[in-house]
Every structure is written in structure tokens, then in C-alpha cells.
Write a protein that binds this ligand. Structure first.
Ligand code: ADP
Ligand code: MG
Ligand code: MG
Length: 250
């Protein structure tokens, strides 16, 4: 069952083309990984899927759960079950973690979320992630360490239960223990009813997940695809080896 289907995506920012004809299909229940060197367009892809207004999309066919996404704003995409965890989570002074997540849930479900049951659920989920309960009343990411911010991203993921989780280097800059928690959190989130699209340079986050498909993004195009074995191959031989192999075959 198709969940996200992208065909011939061209997109850029400030007059510069970054994505140069990209195709991607993620089915329900699958875990996909995107690998690629810095600057290849990975974060751009995630932002474009979310409908970030900063990016100019010049050609796009994007279907999500059978619906054309082209005209939809970011919050409308969130409502339909898309969630993006940013590479660098934002600090939002004045809004507590609890209020932020509760408001997001209200926006997504279109229904009022009662405070007491929500608070109880939040507390239990924070406990699973080994977050101190008092963080619920702190301002979003303000004064959080790198690891705490990333844990906070996983907390949102578990509380909002999207259909497709887009994780942009959620594990970068974390120590071993924090990577373990993020990895367990993603594994706890994932089931056959939802899908994950993960950008990572750190294969440890994938240890608890069964990866269905790996895509290698270079210079705005997917240059190679395969199964989980591609991750080890790239870790051993690097990205340029893929291009060398393709050039040799030409
Ligand atoms: P990745 O996530 O793979 O490291 P990005 O999607 O962040 O790559 O960036 C892809 C390319 O687009 C890079 O060359 C980057 O410099 C450029 N880019 C990203 N954002 C902007 C921007 N706001 N203005 C100009 N260029 C940008
Ligand atoms: Mg980068
Ligand atoms: Mg990036």
C-alpha cells in the first residue's frame, strides 16, 4: 500500500536548484533510509515534503495516502500524518513542552485535548524516554542539551503518532547513551501502520529497526538504491565509490 509517492521532484531555494528530478516511493509499514554527503539535498527533501514555504518547487508530483499534496500548507500536511524532526530543533521561548505538544495534537486531530489525561500520557511517555518530568513545564528546547533536544523530538513523535515520520539526523551529535534512547524511541514508534524516512550518518540508530530500502542522494538526485546492505557498503567504501562504479559501467 503506497503511502508517499514522489515523482520527478525539482526544487530549490533562492534561485538555486537543489533537487534535480527525484523519485521516491514509501509504502505503509516501511522504514527507508536516505544517505548522502553533506550538501546533497537531504534536508531540502525533508522540508519540501513538509511543504516548507522557503523552498520553490518547480515540478512536483507528490501523493500522500492517495491525496495530491501540491496545494497543501505545512499544517495541513501535518494533519494528514506527516511529521518532521529537524536536524537542529528550534528553541521556542514562552511555550512549554507540554503546551506545544498538546497544541500540536489539537491542530492535528481538530479536537480539544483534555489536559489531565494528556498530562498523564505525556508523563508516562517521558518516563519511557528517561526524561525528567519537570521538562514538561520548561520552554521548548530552551537551555536543553543536544541530547535533550533530540529526546524531545522523539517525545513529540510518540505523542503525535504520525503516519510518516521524517527524521533528519535526529541522532547527530549525540553520545552513545542518547543515540540508544533515540534508537529505542524510533523502534517503539514504528509499527506496520506507519512508516519512517530516516536521514542518518550513524547506523546505530538503525540497529533496532528493520530497514526496507536505502536511497543514496548525491547532488540532488538518487544515484543508488538497495537494501540494508547498502549502508555497510557505504560505511566501508564511501560515497565516491558509488559514482566511480557508475562511471566505470558507462
Ligand atoms: P544536506 O541536508 O544533504 O546536507 P541541504 O539540503 O541542507 O543538504 O542543502 C543542499 C544544498 O542547498 C547545499 O548546497 C546548501 O548549501 C544549499 N542550501 C540549503 N539551504 C539554502 C539556502 N537557504 N540558501 C541557499 N542555499 C541553500
Ligand atoms: Mg547537512
Ligand atoms: Mg541536512
Amino acid at each position: 500500500e503506497k503511502l508517499l509517492e514522489i515523482r520527478d521532484l525539482h526544487a530549490g531555494v533562492e534561485g538555486k536548484e537543489i533537487l534535480k528530478g527525484l523519485n521516491l516511493l514509501v509504502n505503509k509499514g516501511e522504514v527507508h533510509v536516505i544517505l548522502g554527503p553533506n550538501g546533497s539535498g537531504k534536508s531540502t527533501l525533508m522540508n519540501v515534503i513538509m511543504g516548507h514555504p522557503k523552498y520553490t518547487v518547480t515540478s512536483e508530483e507528490m501523493q500522500f495516502a492517495g491525496e495530491d499534496m501540491k496545494e497543501l500548507k505545512t499544517f495541513e500536511r501535518a494533519r494528514r500524518g506527516l511529521f518532521l524532526s529537524f536536524q537542529t530543533p528550534e528553541e521556542i521561548p514562552g511555550i512549554t513542552v507540554e503546551n506545544m505538544i498538546r497544541t500540536a495534537r489539537q491542530t492535528i486531530t481538530g479536537q480539544k485535548v483534555k489536559i489531565l489525561p494528556f498530562r498523564k500520557e505525556l508523563k508516562a511517555t517521558m518516563q519511557e524516554l528517561k526524561m525528567k518530568p519537570e521538562y514538561a513545564q520548561r520552554y521548548m528546547n530552551v537551555g536543553f542539551s543536544g541530547g535533550e533536544k533530540k529526546r524531545n523530538e522523539i517525545l513529540q513523535l510518540l505523542m503525535l503518532q504520525p503516519k510518516l515520520a521524517l527524521l533528519d539526523e535526529t541522532d547527530s551529535g549525540l553520545d552513545v547513551d542518547a543515540v540508544q534512547i533515540v534508537s529505542e524511541g524510533v523502534a517503539r514508534f514504528h509499527n506496520e501502520e506507519n512508516s519512517c524516512l530516516i536521514i542518518t550518518h550513524n547506523t546505530r540508530i538503525l540497529e533496532k529497526l528493520k530497514v526496507d530500502r536505502v536511497h543514496v542522494l548525491m547532488d540532488g538526485r538518487i544515484v543508488e538504491e538497495g537494501g540494508a546492505e547498502l549502508i555497510d557498503e557505504i560505511n566501508r567504501r564511501g560515497f565516491t565509490h558509488i559514482l566511480d562504479a557508475q562511471n566505470a559501467a558507462k
